[in-house]
Design a protein around this ligand. Sequence first.
Ligand SMILES: [Zn+2]
Length: 284
Amino acid sequence: MPELPEVEVLARHLRRLIRGKTIRAVNVRRAKVLRPTPPRTFRPTLPGAKFTGLSRRGKYLLFQLRGKTAGKPISLLGHLGMTGRIFLAPKGRRLPKHTAVSLDLGVGNLIYEDTRYFGRLTLDTSAVTRLGPEPLDAGFGVETFAQSLKRSRQAIKVKLLDQGLVAGIGNIYASEALFRARLSPKLAANKLTMTQIRRLRLAIRAVLAEAIKFGSTVPLNWGENKSDGLFYFGHAPGAPDFYAERLGVYDREGQPCPNCGRPIKRITQAARSTFYCPHCQRVQ
Ligand SMILES: [Zn+2]
């Protein structure tokens, strides 16, 4: 599942391609991804609207448009869910099998494809109002972070997935940040000391910033069949999976810890896998 860095890299990539482009036609094949916007609202709103910007909030893409009618601003919210992909396909190419929505931009089709239809492309942007601070912004202060953690008895790994605590962290970067901060994923959130909280905040920012930096350098097979256009799967066919090699613990069960060489362990927390080094990340 794409997390903050993957969505950020996607936003930077798409922004250049769609800015200034006008939507000529709207093709909705799976109305489920529009929810809660009904197709009868979605379909007539977009034709004639022009893309003016694209930003990211948490794991969401926020497309800004100027509507046909009196230049009215329109926001379109995208979320890739588990298997969603958004890419610009060349004009004339047949739409992929799992195309949920296709927007004709003249130069090509902006396609939202999703094999499982868990994602969203909707005019309802209310989901972003429930998000916590952006971890890379100045608003992600240590005091606010500490106060939110003090109110929770959940294991810190599980709490980090709460998008109201801090936006954009998922299973991969939660494990990676805790490894970087040398904190046990099993620690109760309200038991962390201020020193540990400071360390965790810095670790979160570091793993996310590094992933964005790295993702921006990876050659991506945007829109090609074997790639989802996200950098952790974005390597060329046959090339080494150089992204996985960058992760310290995630999906590395049984492999040696990069710090101490002891085997990485996998446990299940709240029905999700957590990867950690029991030696480097002891409960203190
Ligand atoms: Zn270790």
